[in-house]
Design a protein around this ligand. Structure first.
Ligand code: KIV
Length: 272
């Protein structure tokens, strides 16, 4: 575990994360939307820094992630890139920007060339297999986001735990394996029962990051504003306010990193 001056440290790469999975060291991740927080995350030892389209809700105040545009994602990714020296910078493909492999490639190129992202995250299960194969064959590292996919909120009828019941669980297992076989470099599981998330993590060779997916995954991600207790509305059950009681943003980030590394977060109360 690292905390402090990042100037002498080697940047985190996909290889670093793969090695961490093999060695059983938990990967720590947070969302970031600007340079100053990105620098704080580097100093705290956050390894995977995601410019999530959650910025539509926590930064822009929309009620879902759907209104987020590619231009907005590029703008925030660029800002985070300026503050980040060590963490691996990942950016979300927002709603409606990856309907075909060609469109997805153009969107990914913007996030990587103009924004400085080193990996792209996209939502969708089996539906995205072709797209993942297309992107990864052309040099775009991909994290496939399955389980609860917030861009599908209107189809799902709300933000609900996914993969409950034998049939849904089997579909998610199959989707995970198909995405990895197509070339996905990482998986993100959101709001998935812990037993299913643990099974998927054991079944795939790539690092698996969880949010509301229990402690049996390879790493954890949370929305920055949730862990600082400043998101509008109710904090999700799977998250935790790390600022209260720690006294500063730097201390809150360190406390989160320590809790994930030591397996203290997520606890049973954050798990489905
Ligand atoms: O946009 C986002 O913040 C996400 C979360 C699951 C981390 O995708």
């Amino acid at each position: 575990m690292y905390s402090g001056d990042v100037s002498s440290l080697r940047p985190i790469t996909l290889d670093t994360l793969r090695r961490m999975k093999v060695e059983g060291e938990k990967i720590v991740s947070l969302t970031a939307y600007d340079a100053s927080f990105a620098a704080q995350m580097d100093a705290a030892g956050v390894e995977w820094v995601l410019v999530g389209d959650s910025l539509g809700m926590v930064v822009e105040g929309f009620e879902s992630t759907l209104p987020v545009t590619l231009d907005t994602m590029v703008h925030h990714t660029r800002a985070v890139a300026r503050g980040l020296r060590r963490g691996l910078l990942v950016a979300d493909l927002p709603f409606g920007t990856c309907n075909t492999p060609e469109q997805a490639m153009q969107s990914a190129v913007r996030l990587m060339q103009d924004g400085g992202a080193r990996m792209i995250k996209l939502e969708g299960g089996a539906l995205q297999v072709e797209l993942v194969a297309y992107l990864t064959a052309r040099g775009v590292p991909v994290c496939a986001h399955i389980g609860l996919q917030p861009q599908f909120v209107h189809k799902l009828g709300g933000y609900k735990v996914q993969g409950r019941g034998a049939e849904q669980a089997a579909t998610m297992r199959r989707d995970a394996e198909a995405l990895v076989a197509a070339g996905a470099d990482m998986l993100l599981l959101e709001c998935v029962p812990a037993t299913l998330a643990t099974e998927i993590t054991a079944a795939v060779p790539v690092p698996v990051i969880g949010i509301g997916a229990g402690a049996g995954v390879d790493g954890q991600v949370l929305v920055l504003y949730d862990i600082l207790g400043i998101s509008i509305g109710k904090r999700p059950r799977f998250s935790k306010d790390f600022l209260t009681g720690t006294g500063s943003i730097a201390a809150a980030l360190q406390s989160y990193v320590r809790a994930v590394k030591q397996g203290e977060f997520p606890a049973a109360e954050h798990t489905f």
